[in-house]
Design a protein around this ligand. Structure first.
Ligand SMILES: [Zn+2]
Length: 103
């Protein structure tokens, strides 16, 4: 069984000629493991960035072929490539306008 490398703050405290070596609240950053006092932003005197909401729930879902065809239908109706009733044409215009795209 291999031993996991210890998660200790690897910040060099120049004035004390030693590494920080703190293990409390250590997280991995680009320069390596750092304690909350020695994160890249903390060293620059900046506040930590609060966690964001992350990806939306449906970010990686596959686009439904049904929805896809509806999207193209709306464009086709508005452009006149597809015949439709006045009501369907008005609805398609609303859809295309709401998406902010135009032909
Ligand atoms: Zn530290």
């Amino acid at each position: 069984m291999s031993e996991q490398p210890a998660r200790v703050c690897g910040h060099w405290i120049g004035s004390e000629h030693r590494y920080c070596r703190t293990t409390d609240g250590v997280r991995h950053y680009l320069p390596g493991y750092r304690c909350p006092a020695h994160t890249p932003r903390a060293l620059r005197g900046l506040a930590e960035i609060p966690p964001g909401p992350g990806l939306p729930a449906g970010a990686w879902t596959t686009v439904s072929p049904l929805n896809e065809s509806r999207v193209h239908d709306a464009l086709a109706i508005v452009s006149g490539k597809r015949r439709a009733s006045q009501a369907a044409r008005r609805a398609a215009l609303t859809v295309v306008a709401s998406r902010g795209e135009w032909l």
